[in-house]
Design a protein around this ligand. Structure first.
Ligand SMILES: [Zn+2]
Ligand SMILES: [Zn+2]
Length: 163
C-alpha cells in the first residue's frame, strides 16, 4: 500500500489480488482507510444505501457505469479490472458465501469464482467449496466483512477448515 494525495487528503491505495471479488476488495479498501460504508459514500458523493448494496451481491445491485468510474478514480484500479471483479448475474450466483480453505491459506481473499452457482468444487485443490463452518455449522459473513479470516462464532480460521 502507498499513500496517494487526493482531494480528500491521504488515502491508502490497496491493490486487488488476482481473482478477488469486488465486495471483498471494497471491504479491504474501506478498512485500510478507516472508512465506513457511509464514509466511502460521502467521498464518492454516492448514497450509503447504494454503496452498501455493492457489498451484498445477493441484492443484485452492482455499481452502475458512472459509479464504477468514480470508484475507479478513487481506488486507482481500472474500470476494466473492477468490472472483472463484479459478481456474476444473479441467476448464476450462489447466494450463500463460500470458500476454499486451501486457496484462502495461500491468499487470504474471497474469490469471485466461488460464488458461481454452477461451480461446487475448487479445481485447483479438487475440494468441495464450503458454505458453512465445518466445526460449528455457522454460515459465513459477507466477504466485505472478512476482517479476521475466521468463523465469527467459533473462531476457527478459514485456512484450517480442511476436513
Ligand atoms: Zn482452492
Ligand atoms: Zn465455526
Amino acid at each position: 500500500m502507498s499513500g496517494e494525495r487526493d482531494g480528500q487528503g491521504w488515502l491508502f491505495q490497496v491493490a486487488p489480488e488476482v481473482g478477488e471479488s469486488f465486495d471483498h476488495y471494497l471491504g479491504r479498501f474501506r478498512r485500510a482507510n478507516c472508512l465506513s460504508r457511509a464514509g466511502l459514500g460521502e467521498i464518492l458523493g454516492i448514497e450509503t444505501l447504494t454503496v452498501s448494496g455493492w457489498e451484498m451481491p445477493s441484492l443484485n445491485r452492482p455499481p452502475r457505469a458512472e459509479h464504477l468510474k468514480k470508484v475507479s478514480a478513487l481506488v486507482g484500479v481500472s474500470e476494466v479490472e473492477l468490472l472483472s471483479m463484479l459478481p456474476v448475474e444473479r441467476s448464476e450466483l450462489h447466494l450463500e458465501t463460500r470458500l476454499c480453505p486451501f486457496c484462502y491459506g495461500e491468499t487470504p481473499i474471497h474469490q469471485n469464482q466461488w460464488q458461481q452457482a454452477k461451480v461446487d468444487q475448487c479445481d485447483r485443490h479438487d475440494y468441495s467449496l464450503l458454505n458453512r463452518c465445518p466445526a460449528c455449522g455457522s454460515g459465513f459473513r459477507l466477504p466485505a466483512l472478512w476482517e479476521s479470516g475466521c468463523c465469527e462464532r467459533c473462531w476457527l480460521p478459514f485456512r484450517d477448515m480442511r476436513l
